[in-house]
Write a protein that binds this ligand. Structure first.
Ligand code: FO1
Length: 304
């Protein structure tokens, strides 16, 4: 069994690659919920949906989120009404949010709804929200406090961040399924997702960090920073804004005490010895999942 701590796109690609080299039933994704929001009365879970859609082969590759073959008629109407249309929900995607919101209003948990959606899409990989409790990633910025999607989408993550607050994480508990999957996995993987805003909100949920500390030798992490830059998104800028070194070494130090083996990109081969001096193993390989071959090579490194 392999358990993968997962954010959005990077994690989804790694999960897809892993499922080509390990039976999907052997894989569990423990997914961030700090990006989740309620908008237009609907509960939207972007990381859960990106993973579910990608594994089902339905992700919109052009946008990197939402469903393929999308249309936007509802958003266009909403815009004309003056409603909240800055966070774009496609017509097909809306069905997921309507379904989830209805089920939650009937008393189902986020975990139950996620399982139902995975069954609907015929997924063999188990996809688990890290918690069924409320967790919300928020940012202190030059513009004041912003919730996740205000920062990420409305302001295009182009605003200086002075602090990140994972509201509710201190009181939230990981679900029993999540803890079981972490305790029983032969390997725990930290996906190449944003350390500060995708993985940290998972680690801060009650019960998770403790298991990783105990199981450190079985934890393998893939650096999302390659040659001092993030492939996508604001990870490099956030590391800099918050005083971390913007390199794979900075990420290694951020996860101090939690990881036994690091996978870094060939572009960072010269940093391998510095990382080894932190008392961890290092594998150097291609970490950019630009094509199926590279993704498979990375998946093999993760399970090797
Ligand atoms: N990202 C955008 O840049 N603009 C959007 O309008 C947008 C809508 C959206 C709707 C549903 C969903 O599941 C994801 C959506 N995303 C959108 C992506 C999302 O904001 C982020 O990529 C993740 O939260 C970061 O992992």
């Amino acid at each position: 069994m392999i358990t993968v701590l997962s954010g959005g796109v990077g994690a989804a690609r790694l999960l897809r690659a892993l499922s080509d080299v390990v039976h999907p039933r052997e894989i569990t994704a423990v997914v961030n919920v700090g990006d989740d929001l309620v908008l237009n009365g609907l509960t939207i879970c972007p990381d859960l949906d990106t993973i579910t859609y990608t594994l089902a082969g339905l992700n919109n590759d052009e946008l990197g989120w939402g469903l393929s073959g999308e249309s936007w008629r509802v958003m266009d109407e909403l815009e004309q009404l003056g409603g909240a249309s800055w966070f774009r929900l496609g017509d097909r995607d809306l069905a997921t949010h309507l379904y989830r919101s209805q089920r939650l209003s009937e008393g189902a948990t986020k975990s139950q709804v996620t399982a139902e959606l995975c069954t609907h899409h015929g997924l063999a990989i188990r996809v688990l929200p890290v918690t069924d409790d409320e967790v919300a990633t928020q940012f202190d910025t030059d513009l004041g406090r912003l919730n996740f999607q205000e920062y990420f989408v409305r302001h295009h993550h182009d605003v200086k961040v002075t602090a990140i607050d994972i509201v509710g994480a201190g009181e939230a508990r990981a679900t029993d399924e999540v803890i079981d999957s972490l305790v029983s996995a032969s390997r725990i993987v930290i996906a190449p997702s944003n350390p500060l805003i995708s993985i940290d909100p998972i680690l801060r949920v009650g019960g998770v960090r403790e298991v990783l500390e105990r199981r450190r030798d079985d934890v393998v992490a893939v650096s999302p920073i390659i040659d001092g830059r993030a492939l996508k998104g604001p990870a490099d800028r956030l590391l800099a804004d918050l005083g971390h070194e913007v390199s794979c070494v900075g990420v290694v130090d951020f996860y101090k005490g939690l990881v036994g083996t690091w996978i870094i990109d060939e572009a960072d081969a010269s940093r391998a010895d510095v990382i080894r001096s932190r008392g961890v193993k290092v594998i150097v390989t291609t970490t950019i999942m630009a094509d199926a071959q590279n993704a498979e090579r990375l998946a093999h490194a993760v399970i090797s």
